[in-house]
Design a protein around this ligand. Sequence first.
Ligand code: FAD
Length: 399
Amino acid sequence: MSTRHEAGTAGPHHVLILGAGYAGMAAAIQLAARGKRREDVRMTLVNANELFTERLRLHMTGTGQPVARLSIPRLLEGTGARFVRGWVTAVDADERTVRIDDDRVLRYDTLVYGLGGVADTVAVPGAEDHAYTLDSVHDAESLAERLGRLGSGTVVVAGSGLTGVESAAEIAERHPELRVVLLGRHAPGAAMNPRAGAYLRSALDRLGVEVRGGVEVAKVLPDAVELAGGERVAAAAVLWTSGTRAAPLAAAGGLTVDERGRVVTDATLRSVSHPDVYAVGDAAAIRQRYGVMHGTCQGGMPTGVHAAVSIVRTLRGGQPRPFRFGYYHTPVSLGRDDAVVQFTRPDGSPRRWCLTGRLAARYKETVTASPWPTYARMRKAPASGAFWPRGGRFTREAP
Ligand SMILES: Cc1cc2nc3c(=O)[nH]c(=O)nc-3n(C[C@H](O)[C@H](O)[C@H](O)COP(=O)(O)OP(=O)(O)OC[C@H]3O[C@@H](n4cnc5c(N)ncnc54)[C@H](O)[C@@H]3O)c2cc1C
Protein backbone atom coordinates (compact mmCIF):
# COMPACT_ATOMS: atom_id res chain seq x y z
CA MET A 1 0.00 0.00 0.00
CA SER A 2 1.44 3.39 -0.93
CA THR A 3 1.40 6.24 1.55
CA ARG A 4 0.41 9.75 0.53
CA HIS A 5 2.12 12.51 2.50
CA GLU A 6 0.08 15.68 2.64
CA ALA A 7 0.20 19.07 4.27
CA GLY A 8 3.92 19.23 5.10
CA THR A 9 5.06 21.64 7.78
CA ALA A 10 7.11 23.95 5.52
CA GLY A 11 5.33 27.32 5.28
CA PRO A 12 2.52 28.46 7.56
CA HIS A 13 2.09 26.92 11.01
CA HIS A 14 -0.16 23.91 10.54
CA VAL A 15 -2.74 23.21 13.23
CA LEU A 16 -4.31 19.79 12.86
CA ILE A 17 -7.51 19.10 14.79
CA LEU A 18 -8.58 15.48 15.23
CA GLY A 19 -12.28 14.94 15.90
CA ALA A 20 -15.15 17.28 15.08
CA GLY A 21 -17.21 16.51 18.18
CA TYR A 22 -18.36 19.16 20.64
CA ALA A 23 -14.80 19.99 21.72
CA GLY A 24 -13.00 19.66 18.37
CA MET A 25 -15.65 21.77 16.58
CA ALA A 26 -15.32 24.49 19.20
CA ALA A 27 -11.55 24.51 18.66
CA ALA A 28 -11.88 24.54 14.87
CA ILE A 29 -14.44 27.36 14.72
CA GLN A 30 -12.52 29.49 17.20
CA LEU A 31 -9.27 28.98 15.37
CA ALA A 32 -10.86 29.66 12.00
CA ALA A 33 -12.44 32.87 13.32
CA ARG A 34 -9.39 34.12 15.23
CA GLY A 35 -6.84 33.14 12.58
CA LYS A 36 -8.89 34.45 9.64
CA ARG A 37 -6.59 37.29 8.68
CA ARG A 38 -3.35 35.46 9.44
CA GLU A 39 -1.25 34.21 6.54
CA ASP A 40 1.04 32.30 8.87
CA VAL A 41 -1.50 29.73 10.13
CA ARG A 42 -3.56 27.12 8.40
CA MET A 43 -5.86 24.58 9.91
CA THR A 44 -7.09 21.12 9.01
CA LEU A 45 -10.00 19.39 10.76
CA VAL A 46 -10.25 15.61 10.45
CA ASN A 47 -13.41 13.70 11.33
CA ALA A 48 -14.95 10.35 10.59
CA ASN A 49 -18.08 11.94 9.08
CA GLU A 50 -19.09 15.09 7.27
CA LEU A 51 -22.21 15.32 9.40
CA PHE A 52 -21.81 16.51 12.98
CA THR A 53 -22.69 13.79 15.48
CA GLU A 54 -24.98 15.19 18.15
CA ARG A 55 -23.85 12.71 20.74
CA LEU A 56 -26.32 14.20 23.18
CA ARG A 57 -29.09 12.85 20.95
CA LEU A 58 -27.72 9.35 20.30
CA HIS A 59 -30.34 7.80 22.62
CA MET A 60 -32.91 9.36 20.27
CA THR A 61 -31.14 7.93 17.22
CA GLY A 62 -30.99 4.60 19.09
CA THR A 63 -34.78 4.57 19.27
CA GLY A 64 -35.31 5.50 15.62
CA GLN A 65 -36.04 9.22 16.02
CA PRO A 66 -34.80 11.51 13.26
CA VAL A 67 -32.24 14.18 14.11
CA ALA A 68 -31.00 17.21 12.12
CA ARG A 69 -28.35 16.81 9.42
CA LEU A 70 -25.59 19.29 10.32
CA SER A 71 -22.85 19.62 7.70
CA ILE A 72 -19.40 20.37 9.09
CA PRO A 73 -17.80 21.40 5.74
CA ARG A 74 -20.70 23.79 5.12
CA LEU A 75 -20.21 25.48 8.48
CA LEU A 76 -16.50 25.86 7.71
CA GLU A 77 -17.12 27.32 4.25
CA GLY A 78 -15.39 30.66 3.75
CA THR A 79 -13.21 30.30 6.85
CA GLY A 80 -10.14 28.99 5.02
CA ALA A 81 -10.13 25.87 7.20
CA ARG A 82 -9.76 22.58 5.41
CA PHE A 83 -11.98 19.62 6.26
CA VAL A 84 -10.78 16.06 5.74
CA ARG A 85 -13.21 13.23 6.09
CA GLY A 86 -11.34 10.16 7.27
CA TRP A 87 -10.61 7.73 10.05
CA VAL A 88 -7.49 8.41 12.10
CA THR A 89 -5.57 5.14 12.38
CA ALA A 90 -2.34 6.31 14.02
CA VAL A 91 -0.69 9.27 15.68
CA ASP A 92 3.09 9.66 16.03
CA ALA A 93 3.63 12.39 18.58
CA ASP A 94 7.44 12.32 18.22
CA GLU A 95 7.36 12.60 14.42
CA ARG A 96 4.33 14.95 14.53
CA THR A 97 2.37 12.91 12.02
CA VAL A 98 -1.13 11.50 11.83
CA ARG A 99 -2.17 8.64 9.63
CA ILE A 100 -5.63 8.62 8.10
CA ASP A 101 -7.41 5.63 6.57
CA ASP A 102 -3.99 3.92 6.63
CA ASP A 103 -2.74 5.55 3.44
CA ARG A 104 -2.56 9.30 4.08
CA VAL A 105 -0.11 11.01 6.39
CA LEU A 106 -0.67 14.54 7.64
CA ARG A 107 2.11 16.50 9.35
CA TYR A 108 1.42 19.11 11.97
CA ASP A 109 3.09 21.80 14.00
CA THR A 110 0.37 21.82 16.64
CA LEU A 111 -2.14 19.03 17.20
CA VAL A 112 -5.53 19.34 18.90
CA TYR A 113 -6.55 15.86 19.99
CA GLY A 114 -10.34 15.62 20.37
CA LEU A 115 -11.35 12.09 19.38
CA GLY A 116 -13.77 11.69 22.29
CA GLY A 117 -14.42 8.50 24.20
CA VAL A 118 -16.47 5.31 23.97
CA ALA A 119 -18.37 3.09 26.41
CA ASP A 120 -16.02 0.73 28.18
CA THR A 121 -16.97 -2.58 26.61
CA VAL A 122 -13.59 -4.20 27.23
CA ALA A 123 -13.95 -4.32 31.01
CA VAL A 124 -16.61 -7.05 30.97
CA PRO A 125 -16.37 -10.29 28.95
CA GLY A 126 -18.86 -10.48 26.09
CA ALA A 127 -19.82 -6.80 26.08
CA GLU A 128 -17.68 -6.06 23.03
CA ASP A 129 -19.30 -8.94 21.07
CA HIS A 130 -22.90 -8.99 22.26
CA ALA A 131 -23.86 -5.52 23.49
CA TYR A 132 -24.97 -2.45 21.58
CA THR A 133 -23.46 0.95 22.38
CA LEU A 134 -24.22 4.60 21.68
CA ASP A 135 -20.68 5.39 20.58
CA SER A 136 -21.55 6.58 17.08
CA VAL A 137 -24.52 7.21 14.82
CA HIS A 138 -23.87 3.85 13.19
CA ASP A 139 -23.97 2.05 16.55
CA ALA A 140 -27.14 3.89 17.57
CA GLU A 141 -28.82 3.07 14.25
CA SER A 142 -27.93 -0.61 14.69
CA LEU A 143 -29.68 -0.55 18.08
CA ALA A 144 -32.71 1.21 16.61
CA GLU A 145 -32.97 -1.43 13.92
CA ARG A 146 -32.77 -4.26 16.46
CA LEU A 147 -35.36 -2.68 18.79
CA GLY A 148 -37.67 -2.07 15.85
CA ARG A 149 -37.58 -5.75 14.90
CA LEU A 150 -38.04 -7.25 18.38
CA GLY A 151 -41.82 -6.98 18.87
CA SER A 152 -41.54 -8.27 22.44
CA GLY A 153 -38.92 -9.37 24.94
CA THR A 154 -36.49 -7.77 27.37
CA VAL A 155 -33.96 -5.04 26.70
CA VAL A 156 -31.25 -4.70 29.33
CA VAL A 157 -29.59 -1.32 29.71
CA ALA A 158 -26.32 -1.88 31.56
CA GLY A 159 -25.10 1.15 33.50
CA SER A 160 -27.26 3.33 35.74
CA GLY A 161 -25.36 6.55 34.99
CA LEU A 162 -27.02 9.38 33.11
CA THR A 163 -26.60 7.85 29.64
CA GLY A 164 -28.15 4.62 30.93
CA VAL A 165 -31.08 6.49 32.51
CA GLU A 166 -31.74 8.61 29.41
CA SER A 167 -31.55 5.54 27.17
CA ALA A 168 -33.77 3.34 29.33
CA ALA A 169 -36.41 6.08 29.53
CA GLU A 170 -36.31 6.68 25.79
CA ILE A 171 -36.55 2.97 24.93
CA ALA A 172 -39.45 2.45 27.35
CA GLU A 173 -41.32 5.45 25.93
CA ARG A 174 -40.75 4.54 22.27
CA HIS A 175 -41.19 0.79 22.68
CA PRO A 176 -43.95 0.11 25.23
CA GLU A 177 -44.11 -3.43 23.84
CA LEU A 178 -40.66 -4.18 25.32
CA ARG A 179 -39.66 -4.84 28.92
CA VAL A 180 -36.81 -2.52 29.85
CA VAL A 181 -34.47 -3.44 32.71
CA LEU A 182 -31.89 -0.92 33.93
CA LEU A 183 -28.98 -2.51 35.79
CA GLY A 184 -26.21 -0.70 37.63
CA ARG A 185 -23.97 -0.48 40.66
CA HIS A 186 -25.83 2.53 42.04
CA ALA A 187 -29.44 3.58 42.21
CA PRO A 188 -30.14 5.89 39.25
CA GLY A 189 -29.91 9.55 40.26
CA ALA A 190 -27.85 8.65 43.35
CA ALA A 191 -25.54 11.62 42.76
CA MET A 192 -28.46 14.10 42.70
CA ASN A 193 -30.16 15.79 45.63
CA PRO A 194 -32.91 13.64 47.22
CA ARG A 195 -35.78 15.47 45.48
CA ALA A 196 -34.21 15.29 41.99
CA GLY A 197 -33.16 11.66 42.50
CA ALA A 198 -36.63 10.66 43.67
CA TYR A 199 -38.24 12.45 40.73
CA LEU A 200 -35.94 10.64 38.30
CA ARG A 201 -36.72 7.24 39.79
CA SER A 202 -40.47 7.88 39.82
CA ALA A 203 -40.32 8.88 36.14
CA LEU A 204 -38.54 5.62 35.30
CA ASP A 205 -41.22 3.80 37.26
CA ARG A 206 -43.99 5.64 35.40
CA LEU A 207 -42.39 4.58 32.10
CA GLY A 208 -42.30 0.96 33.29
CA VAL A 209 -38.51 0.68 33.51
CA GLU A 210 -37.50 -2.02 35.98
CA VAL A 211 -34.57 -0.69 37.96
CA ARG A 212 -32.04 -2.84 39.77
CA GLY A 213 -29.33 -0.90 41.56
CA GLY A 214 -26.47 -2.43 43.54
CA VAL A 215 -25.75 -5.08 40.91
CA GLU A 216 -22.63 -5.79 38.90
CA VAL A 217 -22.84 -7.19 35.38
CA ALA A 218 -20.11 -9.81 35.15
CA LYS A 219 -20.67 -11.13 31.63
CA VAL A 220 -22.71 -10.40 28.52
CA LEU A 221 -23.98 -13.47 26.67
CA PRO A 222 -25.75 -13.62 23.29
CA ASP A 223 -29.17 -13.84 24.99
CA ALA A 224 -28.65 -12.68 28.58
CA VAL A 225 -26.44 -10.86 31.02
CA GLU A 226 -24.86 -12.65 33.96
CA LEU A 227 -24.60 -10.78 37.23
CA ALA A 228 -21.79 -11.18 39.77
CA GLY A 229 -23.06 -14.12 41.84
CA GLY A 230 -24.27 -16.02 38.80
CA GLU A 231 -27.86 -14.81 38.31
CA ARG A 232 -28.84 -14.48 34.66
CA VAL A 233 -31.20 -11.88 33.24
CA ALA A 234 -32.50 -12.93 29.83
CA ALA A 235 -32.15 -10.20 27.22
CA ALA A 236 -33.11 -9.95 23.56
CA ALA A 237 -30.83 -6.91 23.35
CA VAL A 238 -28.26 -5.36 25.69
CA LEU A 239 -27.24 -1.71 25.57
CA TRP A 240 -23.90 -1.04 27.25
CA THR A 241 -23.49 2.44 28.74
CA SER A 242 -21.23 1.72 31.68
CA GLY A 243 -17.82 3.41 31.99
CA THR A 244 -15.88 5.31 29.36
CA ARG A 245 -12.49 4.99 27.81
CA ALA A 246 -10.56 6.79 25.10
CA ALA A 247 -9.26 5.21 21.90
CA PRO A 248 -5.86 3.51 22.24
CA LEU A 249 -4.45 5.83 19.54
CA ALA A 250 -2.98 8.38 21.96
CA ALA A 251 -1.10 5.82 24.02
CA ALA A 252 0.15 4.03 20.90
CA GLY A 253 1.32 7.38 19.55
CA GLY A 254 3.60 7.96 22.53
CA LEU A 255 1.44 10.44 24.45
CA THR A 256 1.19 10.10 28.21
CA VAL A 257 -2.28 8.80 29.06
CA ASP A 258 -4.21 7.89 32.22
CA GLU A 259 -5.74 4.51 33.06
CA ARG A 260 -8.66 5.23 30.71
CA GLY A 261 -6.42 6.11 27.76
CA ARG A 262 -7.08 9.86 28.03
CA VAL A 263 -4.25 12.27 27.24
CA VAL A 264 -2.90 13.71 30.48
CA THR A 265 -2.66 17.48 30.20
CA ASP A 266 -0.97 20.25 32.10
CA ALA A 267 -2.96 23.19 33.44
CA THR A 268 -3.08 24.79 29.97
CA LEU A 269 -4.47 21.64 28.27
CA ARG A 270 -1.16 20.71 26.62
CA SER A 271 -0.02 17.09 26.78
CA VAL A 272 2.43 16.64 29.65
CA SER A 273 4.68 14.56 27.37
CA HIS A 274 4.26 16.53 24.12
CA PRO A 275 3.51 20.24 24.63
CA ASP A 276 2.77 20.72 20.93
CA VAL A 277 -0.35 18.59 21.48
CA TYR A 278 -3.47 20.03 23.12
CA ALA A 279 -6.04 17.51 24.35
CA VAL A 280 -9.70 18.50 24.60
CA GLY A 281 -13.07 17.03 25.55
CA ASP A 282 -13.60 13.43 26.60
CA ALA A 283 -10.21 12.39 25.17
CA ALA A 284 -8.36 14.50 27.76
CA ALA A 285 -7.59 13.89 31.44
CA ILE A 286 -7.80 17.46 32.75
CA ARG A 287 -7.17 18.03 36.43
CA GLN A 288 -8.96 20.77 38.26
CA ARG A 289 -8.75 21.37 41.98
CA TYR A 290 -11.85 19.21 42.56
CA GLY A 291 -10.38 16.29 40.58
CA VAL A 292 -10.10 15.10 36.96
CA MET A 293 -12.96 16.46 34.84
CA HIS A 294 -15.53 13.91 33.73
CA GLY A 295 -16.64 13.84 30.10
CA THR A 296 -19.43 16.30 29.33
CA CYS A 297 -20.39 18.58 26.53
CA GLN A 298 -20.66 21.48 28.99
CA GLY A 299 -16.98 21.09 29.87
CA GLY A 300 -15.82 19.84 26.46
CA MET A 301 -16.75 22.92 24.44
CA PRO A 302 -14.79 25.29 26.71
CA THR A 303 -11.71 23.06 26.43
CA GLY A 304 -11.85 23.40 22.63
CA VAL A 305 -12.22 27.16 22.82
CA HIS A 306 -9.38 27.39 25.34
CA ALA A 307 -7.03 25.34 23.15
CA ALA A 308 -7.72 27.58 20.14
CA VAL A 309 -7.26 30.79 22.13
CA SER A 310 -3.99 29.41 23.53
CA ILE A 311 -2.69 28.46 20.09
CA VAL A 312 -3.37 31.95 18.73
CA ARG A 313 -1.82 33.53 21.82
CA THR A 314 1.30 31.38 21.45
CA LEU A 315 1.64 32.28 17.76
CA ARG A 316 1.60 35.94 18.80
CA GLY A 317 4.50 35.27 21.15
CA GLY A 318 2.43 34.92 24.34
CA GLN A 319 2.01 32.09 26.80
CA PRO A 320 -1.08 29.86 27.17
CA ARG A 321 -3.07 30.41 30.35
CA PRO A 322 -4.36 27.76 32.76
CA PHE A 323 -7.79 26.32 32.00
CA ARG A 324 -10.43 26.69 34.70
CA PHE A 325 -13.89 25.16 34.58
CA GLY A 326 -16.73 24.60 37.03
CA TYR A 327 -19.88 22.57 36.31
CA TYR A 328 -23.26 24.21 36.68
CA HIS A 329 -25.93 21.64 35.82
CA THR A 330 -26.78 18.02 35.08
CA PRO A 331 -29.76 17.89 32.71
CA VAL A 332 -31.25 14.41 32.23
CA SER A 333 -34.03 13.61 29.77
CA LEU A 334 -36.71 11.13 30.83
CA GLY A 335 -38.36 10.54 27.49
CA ARG A 336 -39.39 13.45 25.25
CA ASP A 337 -41.70 15.36 27.61
CA ASP A 338 -40.08 14.88 30.95
CA ALA A 339 -36.67 15.58 32.45
CA VAL A 340 -34.87 16.56 35.59
CA VAL A 341 -32.22 19.26 35.75
CA GLN A 342 -29.97 19.16 38.78
CA PHE A 343 -28.10 22.41 39.33
CA THR A 344 -24.64 21.78 40.69
CA ARG A 345 -21.72 23.38 42.45
CA PRO A 346 -18.64 23.87 40.28
CA ASP A 347 -17.19 20.57 41.52
CA GLY A 348 -20.29 18.73 40.23
CA SER A 349 -21.93 18.12 43.62
CA PRO A 350 -25.69 18.79 43.70
CA ARG A 351 -27.20 22.05 44.88
CA ARG A 352 -30.62 22.25 46.46
CA TRP A 353 -32.26 23.53 43.28
CA CYS A 354 -33.58 21.39 40.51
CA LEU A 355 -36.12 21.60 37.72
CA THR A 356 -38.51 18.78 36.88
CA GLY A 357 -41.24 17.96 34.36
CA ARG A 358 -42.02 19.84 31.14
CA LEU A 359 -40.01 22.91 32.11
CA ALA A 360 -36.97 20.71 32.67
CA ALA A 361 -37.63 18.96 29.33
CA ARG A 362 -37.63 22.36 27.58
CA TYR A 363 -34.44 23.34 29.40
CA LYS A 364 -32.77 20.06 28.35
CA GLU A 365 -33.84 20.50 24.72
CA THR A 366 -32.51 24.08 24.69
CA VAL A 367 -29.16 22.85 26.03
CA THR A 368 -29.03 19.97 23.55
CA ALA A 369 -29.87 22.18 20.58
CA SER A 370 -27.47 24.98 21.51
CA PRO A 371 -23.99 23.83 20.34
CA TRP A 372 -24.57 24.19 16.58
CA PRO A 373 -26.00 27.76 16.74
CA THR A 374 -23.19 28.55 19.17
CA TYR A 375 -20.59 27.48 16.58
CA ALA A 376 -22.35 29.57 13.91
CA ARG A 377 -22.27 32.58 16.26
CA MET A 378 -18.62 32.02 17.19
CA ARG A 379 -17.68 32.12 13.50
CA LYS A 380 -18.68 35.79 13.44
CA ALA A 381 -17.96 36.71 17.04
CA PRO A 382 -15.37 34.34 18.53
CA ALA A 383 -15.36 36.18 21.85
CA SER A 384 -19.01 35.15 22.33
CA GLY A 385 -17.85 31.59 22.97
CA ALA A 386 -15.00 32.39 25.30
CA PHE A 387 -16.98 32.71 28.53
CA TRP A 388 -17.81 29.82 30.81
CA PRO A 389 -18.12 29.27 34.55
CA ARG A 390 -14.60 29.10 35.95
CA GLY A 391 -15.50 27.48 39.25
CA GLY A 392 -14.22 30.15 41.64
CA ARG A 393 -12.58 28.71 44.73
CA PHE A 394 -13.16 25.19 43.37
CA THR A 395 -10.63 25.69 40.60
CA ARG A 396 -8.29 28.30 42.02
CA GLU A 397 -4.68 27.10 42.29
CA ALA A 398 -3.92 25.52 45.63
CA PRO A 399 -1.77 27.93 47.70
C1 FAD B 1 -26.88 9.61 25.07
C2 FAD B 1 -25.89 10.61 25.60
C3 FAD B 1 -26.37 11.74 26.26
C4 FAD B 1 -25.50 12.70 26.77
N1 FAD B 1 -26.00 13.79 27.39
C5 FAD B 1 -25.16 14.76 27.84
C6 FAD B 1 -25.67 15.98 28.42
O1 FAD B 1 -26.88 16.15 28.59
N2 FAD B 1 -24.80 16.93 28.82
C7 FAD B 1 -23.44 16.79 28.66
O2 FAD B 1 -22.69 17.71 29.00
N3 FAD B 1 -22.91 15.66 28.12
C8 FAD B 1 -23.74 14.64 27.70
N4 FAD B 1 -23.23 13.50 27.14
C9 FAD B 1 -21.77 13.37 27.04
C10 FAD B 1 -21.25 14.13 25.82
O3 FAD B 1 -21.92 13.69 24.67
C11 FAD B 1 -19.74 13.99 25.64
O4 FAD B 1 -19.11 14.36 26.84
C12 FAD B 1 -19.27 14.85 24.48
O5 FAD B 1 -19.78 14.33 23.27
C13 FAD B 1 -17.75 14.93 24.41
O6 FAD B 1 -17.39 15.71 23.31
P1 FAD B 1 -16.03 15.39 22.52
O7 FAD B 1 -15.90 16.45 21.47
O8 FAD B 1 -14.91 15.19 23.44
O9 FAD B 1 -16.27 13.96 21.84
P2 FAD B 1 -17.38 13.52 20.78
O10 FAD B 1 -18.55 14.39 20.81
O11 FAD B 1 -17.58 12.05 21.03
O12 FAD B 1 -16.65 13.73 19.37
C14 FAD B 1 -15.56 12.95 18.94
C15 FAD B 1 -15.51 13.04 17.43
O13 FAD B 1 -14.33 12.36 16.98
C16 FAD B 1 -14.69 11.49 15.90
N5 FAD B 1 -13.75 10.36 15.94
C17 FAD B 1 -13.54 9.49 16.95
N6 FAD B 1 -12.57 8.64 16.62
C18 FAD B 1 -12.16 8.97 15.37
C19 FAD B 1 -11.14 8.48 14.49
N7 FAD B 1 -10.32 7.47 14.84
N8 FAD B 1 -10.99 9.09 13.30
C20 FAD B 1 -11.78 10.15 12.93
N9 FAD B 1 -12.74 10.65 13.73
C21 FAD B 1 -12.91 10.08 14.92
C22 FAD B 1 -16.11 11.07 16.19
O14 FAD B 1 -16.75 10.64 15.00
C23 FAD B 1 -16.70 12.38 16.73
O15 FAD B 1 -17.15 13.20 15.69
C24 FAD B 1 -24.08 12.51 26.62
C25 FAD B 1 -23.59 11.37 25.97
C26 FAD B 1 -24.48 10.43 25.46
C27 FAD B 1 -23.94 9.20 24.74
